[in-house]
Design a protein around this ligand. Sequence first.
Ligand SMILES: [Zn+2]
Length: 262
Amino acid sequence: MRTELVSEPGDPARPNEDFASVGLPASGQGGVLVVLDGVTPPRGETGCLHSVPWFTARLGGALTELTVSLPDVPLADALSDALTRTAEAHAQTCDLSHPRTPQATVVLARWSAATVEYLILSDSALLLESPDGTITPLLDDRLARLPRASLATDALIDAHIRNKEGGFFTAAADPSVAARAVTGVLPRGEVRALAALTDGATRWVEKFREGDWGDCFTFVRKEGARGLVDRVRTLERADAEDRTYLGRSKTHDDATVVYVEC
Ligand SMILES: [Zn+2]
């Protein structure tokens, strides 16, 4: 088995709001990966005393423990339980009903001798490679399918469509969101390798158009997780003035790549 994990803040002076872990149970038959991308709140009140990294560390830690220690519990149930546990950790001190309460995108994958399970919520990506080299991107494309006009500003997203029916969903304080995730189970023999990426890394495909998802996977296999993040940083610096590709997005975003040959 080969595993690689790179997670880097967009700004070295600010904490990384992504979380990533790989758990390899002692049985040697499988493992799990957890990738979260904490949503940076717009300026203003969040109802919470805690930082986004506090939230992603709590949620990611709980997900790592639950997915590894309870292999028979489906990933959506593990997400629901981890959200409940995280909410309980600050329900006494914070207003968890606030629309800007800390929240994150989620990618989970768990492989065993028999199956590969996956869960994707919001705009991080999971890429699977089959033994014949076919790359399948698994995405929760609710955000991409929303009318572009309604994506004018982050504040609009925040106020109108985040975690509301007809909008898109992130993991916040309500455990029922786990039922909204894209989930599935594949026979183990259909998956040779996996890559999970936050949107700071999927910029290689989605903003800079360096290639499709298959090209992206091939790049990670050859150049490594570090190679992909470094390439994105180079593209960002080259576009920082003209903003042909970046548009109104921040120049650098937290970027995480987990690569597993299972
Ligand atoms: Zn809090």
